[in-house]
Design a protein around this ligand. Sequence first.
Ligand code: MG
Ligand code: MG
Length: 306
Amino acid sequence: MTHCILIGAPVDEGQRRPGCLMGPAAYRVAGLASTLIDLGHTVEDRGDLSPAPGRGQACANPAVHHLPEIIAWTEALRASGCSAMEEGMPIFLGGDHALALGSLAGVAAHARAAGRPQFVLWLDAHSDFHTVETTTSGNLHGTPLAYASGRAGFDPFPAFPAPIPGRNICMFGIRSVDSAESAALRETEIIVNDMRVLDERGIVAPLREFLDRVQAENGMLHVSLDVDFLDPSIAPAVGTTVPGGTTFREAHLVCELLHESGLMTSLDLVELNPFLDERGRTAKLMVDLVGSLMGRKVFDRPTHSY
Ligand code: MG
Ligand code: MG
């Protein structure tokens, strides 16, 4: 039994397609809390965070937009994430992926205080490894992993509290990385399992290798699930669809393996844009995946009518 702490983070400023701010409400409507309770967990919904107003910070890259607002979100999420870790397992309801700047900062600060290494499993079509300096889109939802790994180029963000070594970060589902990100990633020890790796090796072996290391090192494991990890044919409600994503079966398998490992200590659900959804189908799929992450087995899954 896990004490699940829901933290709504209606972040919409990390990209340019409005709608992710409706994500937390969509997860609640899709039955996230009752799914967790039915699996025997306790749920504490802390509502939606509202960050302090932006303080007008600026940076040298003219492409970057909404910098003060995202810094304010980062500070608010770091504080609430770090304190939630003391009491249970935070589930951050996004909101776009810029929320992970703060959720990762919070959980990493907690892990450092607890004297345990932090690991990150990044389930995403994108590597999100830009910095404030290198982003050409100016969309800060493409930066959280670079921030968490301690990359330079994040002025005027607060310093990341406990940078996560590249070897503790594992990506799955990657199929859209630009050349600057790719060059930067090659300088790190980050484990990049792109779709080619999954096609050649399957998803189980590389995931088990990573989870074995988390276990061996007594690590904390943050899982960041971007809707675009999934194929757009099953998860259309995202502003950054990339063809060739994970199938329904692969996604549930990943979640069931994670549950069996017992290693996940915090979770982001990001990039859901309910305005682009088809009758709540993507929101329901994401809630179903959380069910698999938290102990539901395939043969227990109720039949949905969509
Ligand atoms: Mg992402
Ligand atoms: Mg993505």
